[in-house]
Design a protein around this ligand. Structure first.
Ligand SMILES: [Zn+2]
Length: 246
């Protein structure tokens, strides 16, 4: 899923988005960032984007703002050895062959269903579910329909649910990014879920805190306004910060 390079978030945009999103639910934060990245789209239409399409756009926003390389960390589930690993936004985007919006047919054991990728609206509905299994079932019930006839959810065995879940991941590959990891100490191999929205939000939060500290320092040292300081380029601001601290 290629995403052409765009301008990343400016310092002012980072702070504005952080302030607007800090008390929101992660689903709403994702939509807030998406709306900023896609000003030509209406909010209603962005709610209908599949989660994979949403996360592809947010990965591109991450690449354009903070760079392509993502340094990540996981702990071995067996021996708890720490593991540092790198991801690339480009590679993640390239790995996902999206079938585009709409319904796709999946067949199993002589039966067939039509599937579509879950959207932010489906996530909101699932967030009200009492547990993970109920949430998963709710997503399936919204994103799966019988080919030419109504879906009989009562007949869904665990096996059918498994097939449908795999099918959903194929329809919308970036909706769930699983990273293959292996422990160098005990040899355990496992998959770790990479949460694009959570990761990007954490970076926005960290960058905002640093920006506010820099504004505080430079305003006190030079008497400049927040606006003036945020309009300085990254390089120039950090040189002034160095001088103010020396
Ligand atoms: Zn281990």
């Amino acid at each position: 899923m290629t995403q052409p390079p765009n301008e990343g978030l400016s310092s002012t945009a980072v702070l504005d988005l952080w302030e607007q999103g800090v008390n929101r639910h992660p689903i709403d934060r994702a939509l807030l960032l998406l709306q900023h990245a896609c000003p030509e789209e209406t909010f209603e239409s962005l709610c209908d984007w599949s989660v994979g399409a949403r996360d592809a756009r947010l990965l591109a926003l991450r690449r354009d703002t903070f760079g392509d390389r993502i340094e990540s960390y996981a702990e071995c589930p067996d021996c708890h050895n720490g593991l540092e690993f790198d991801l690339s936004c480009e590679e993640l985007l390239a790995s996902a062959v999206n079938s585009g919006p709409g319904w796709r047919v999946v067949e199993q054991g002589g039966r067939s269903w039509e599937l579509r990728g879950p959207t932010s609206r489906d996530l909101v509905a699932a967030a009200a579910a009492t547990d993970l299994a109920a949430a998963r079932r709710l997503i399936l019930s919204r994103c799966v329909r019988g080919a030419g006839r109504p879906v009989d959810e009562a007949g869904w065995t665990d096996e059918v649910q498994q097939v449908l879940t795999v099918g959903l991941n194929e329809v919308d590959p970036l909706a769930e990014i699983l990273i293959d990891l292996s422990c160098q100490v005990c040899g355990r191999q496992w998959q770790s879920l990479f949460d694009v929205v959570g990761f990007l939000w954490h970076e926005i939060q960290t960058r905002s805190r640093r920006l506010l500290q820099e504004v505080d320092l430079l305003a006190r040292t030079y008497g400049w306004t927040e606006r003036e300081i945020l309009r300085l380029g990254e390089q120039r601001r950090s040189l002034y910060v160095g001088m103010a601290l020396s």
